[in-house]
Design a protein around this ligand. Structure first.
Ligand code: ZN
Length: 417
């Protein structure tokens, strides 16, 4: 299908520099985990922006008990003494007072099920490279196998440390992350002799309020039917989150600005969400808490990780060890065709970490699609900064989301998605 005049015109209203400026602003607020000053400042920023577009906005709250680490320490004490730079993962369990000391340190590769075969990790500290599965399921697996603590090793060189969210109730055992280089050092030591580590994580439990911000452009003909564009603005602690996910938020803001300058038939929402990191709990709370309203939602397009990486992808499936979540084929087709008609290439992909913020919608029977980028380098690290962003690449994603949303809006019926 060729692009219509209207599709061309709306795409031309999108600005890569404007999108990039949102990313710079959000990163200036600092990391944005739940309950942080950066989180609070982001909400104010969204409200001001949305007002300036002439869009309406609402907020939706949820409360969650979150444990924050106040201290994280990893020490090699035998065969030599060395302090290893580490960060606690988001919602990691605390170690026993004074730290968890283990003479039993075991390398479990990537920490997948079969890599535990034949290894007795009872009471051990396990070393595992990040990736090859969702951090939440990997942390659960380590605890289930009897490990007392985990050290996660970055999968890329560069002395970076990546941390992850560990679901609503956190992990059962303390988990810290270290760099690839320090991981290599520990593995080298371990290949020669047994080693002794002391791992310490102190935590503080607090109740945080998550606040989703919804920008609304009301439909002219069928206002009761809602098309959602969503992106999460919260980050893991310590990361400015330029790519993950100021990029998606910035794109969604820009797309909504364009829809505010055009009168859609249906209602368009920019749903800027929080509580995504480590299990998409915020969106689940939102979908569960708004069941009646969810009947009006016809489609959800999620923008997550669109600023840096190699391939631009659309996820067709999200895997978990015990279940698989399918994105909507029909919706994926509409988005992929929009990309193709714009002259872009969107690669179908499978996510090893579920379907993020689309998952709660899909499980409630609402069609969802997620576009993102693969092959990124800095997510969940202190180096996820605006300097790494592919600025014009942001506009590619914004073009696709705009044309796809417009096609949804122009459809006679969205009931067959
Ligand atoms: Zn993300």
């Amino acid at each position: 299908m060729a692009l219509s005049e209207l599709e061309r015109e709306l795409a031309l209203r999108l600005s890569a520099s404007r999108i990039f400026r949102h990313i710079e602003k959000l990163c200036d607020f600092g990391p944005r985990p739940l309950g942080s000053p950066g989180h609070e400042k982001s909400i104010q920023y969204f409200e001001e922006e949305l007002k300036s577009y002439g869009a309406d906005f609402e907020t939706a709250d949820f409360e969650i008990a979150v444990s924050y680490s106040t201290k994280a320490e990893l020490k090699l004490i035998s065969p030599e003494q060395r302090t290893i730079e580490c960060l606690a993962n988001y919602r990691s369990a605390a170690s026993p007072g004074g730290g968890l000391k283990a003479d039993n340190v075991i390398d479990v590769g990537h920490g997948t099920e079969k890599e535990y075969d034949g290894k007795n990790v009872s009471g051990a500290i396990v070393l595992a490279t990040e990736g090859s599965g969702h951090p939440v399921t990997k942390s659960e697996l380590a605890a289930e196998k009897g490990a007392a603590g985990c050290v996660w090793i970055n999968r890329q060189r560069g002395r970076r440390i990546s941390t992850y969210g560990l679901a609503r109730y956190g992990s059962k055992i303390p988990i810290v992350s270290i760099s690839y280089e320090d991981g290599e050092f520990l593995r080298r030591q371990l290949s020669r002799n047994p080693i002794t580590l002391v791992l310490r994580v102190d935590t503080d439990l607090g109740i945080s309020t998550g606040e989703h911000v919804i920008g609304i452009v009301s439909g002219q003909k069928r206002p009761e039917e809602i098309i959602i564009l969503c992106a999460h603005y919260e980050t893991v602690p310590g990361s400015p989150g330029a790519n993950d996910n100021a990029s998606g938020v910035a794109i969604v803001l820009e797309v909504l600005k364009v829809f505010a300058s055009y009168q859609p038939s249906r209602t368009i929402w920019a749903l800027l969400s929080t509580g995504e990191e480590g299990g998409a709990i915020g969106m689940r709370a939102f979908v569960d808490g708004n069941k009646a309203k969810m009947k009006s939602v016809k489609a959800v397009l999620n923008a997550d990780v669109l600023g840096e990486g190699t391939k631009l992808v659309i996820y067709k499936e999200g895997r978990w060890p015990n279940r698989t979540v399918q994105a909507s084929d029909a919706l994926n087709r509409i988005v992929s065709e929009a990309a193709g008609d714009l002259g872009y290439h969107l690669v179908p992909a499978v996510s090893a970490m579920g379907l993020a913020d689309t998952e709660a919608f899909i499980e409630a029977g609402i069609p969802g699609a997620w576009i993102g980028r693969r092959g990124w380098h800095y997510n969940h690290t202190a180096e996820d900064v605006p300097e790494t962003i592919d600025v014009n690449g942001l506009k590619v994603a914004a073009d696709i989301l705009t044309v796809a949303s417009l096609r949804l809006d122009k459809s006679v019926s969205l009931d067959s998605l």
